[in-house]
Design a protein around this ligand. Sequence first.
Ligand code: NDP
Length: 335
Amino acid sequence: NQQILLDNRPEGEATEANFRLVTTDTPPLQDGQVLVRHHYLSLDPYMRGRMNDSKSYAAAQPLGEVMIGGTVGEVVESRHPDYQPGDQVVGMGGWQEWSVVDARQPGLLRKVDTTHVPLSYYLGAVGMPGVTAWYGLVRIIDPKPGQTVTVSAATGAVGSAFVALAKARGCRVVGIAGGPEKCRYAVEELGFDACIDHRQHTDLKSMSAALKAACPQGIDGHFENVGGHILDAVLLRANTFARVALCGMIAGYDGQPLPLQNPALLLVNRMRIEGFIVSEHMDAWPPALKELGGLVAQGKLRPRESIAQGLAAAPAAFLGMLKGQNFGKQLVRLV
Ligand code: NDP
């Protein structure tokens, strides 16, 4: 069983030298346990925060242990009556090829149906990132049909689910993404009404002008994944009583300083801005997964994925994602 451990903590930008690849044997199963062969590992921005030892909403990843991570795979051996070999499951198996899971503990494993939804989508569109998009849109932004909503990191795992959910509610949806290729994909394949390239609009004035052109009626709701000048520009273009779901600030995850936003604009526009962590809202998961699974089955949500091959490729793929090198949900294929 190949595993990737966190070997040491980054100082500033994370590097491949922070990780270590090892090979171990999987232990024999005890009663209540199942052996899962991972087909895909999910790489997610939150993992960068866990590599640090600073105060956060989640505990730091311990050194010398398998990196935390969502996985989908197949049960190969089971000593739990609810699981049979061949069952497809989603769990938190971590950066390794196999995992032994205590299936008696609630919430560690969930069986999934791949009739209409590809297995890998349970880590993206019909998984944690999809639920994240749903929570911010439905519970925080709560848009009315015809309203304009915007999202940054628009073509990523969260952003691509967001646009499908917002279009289903009759919104005008404008994305912000890095580079012309991602912007073209956003409009032509994901269904965005417009997409702004943040690499072309690198300062507040230029981003704000681009938003004004793409959102002639102003912005009623915004889903923030990036932070920095993108959020400032959105605040400038927001309508009164606009809502902002503050989901992520990836521009600052890898040690870069993030400028403070301008809170005076919140007052002027009587805005509400709300941060959230999707794992603290378990009541949202069932309705969100139901809607997301339905959209996939109907062909209305078919986002691209970036798939790295083999566990050894995980660190480079992860660091690349933090720099925007992924095109859609970043995964590692392990079989
Ligand atoms: P993505 O698939 O969107 O990948 C990350 C993307 O972030 C990159 O592709 C890149 O897109 C963009 N990005 C990175 N650095 C910058 C930068 N400096 N400026 C602008 N864009 C940048 O990841 P996810 O969809 O998985 O996650 C999106 C966000 O959602 C993250 O901030 C994450 O932390 C957050 N999140 C929060 C959760 C919560 O509970 N609050 C749960 C899940 C995710 P591009 O090339 O377009 O710039």
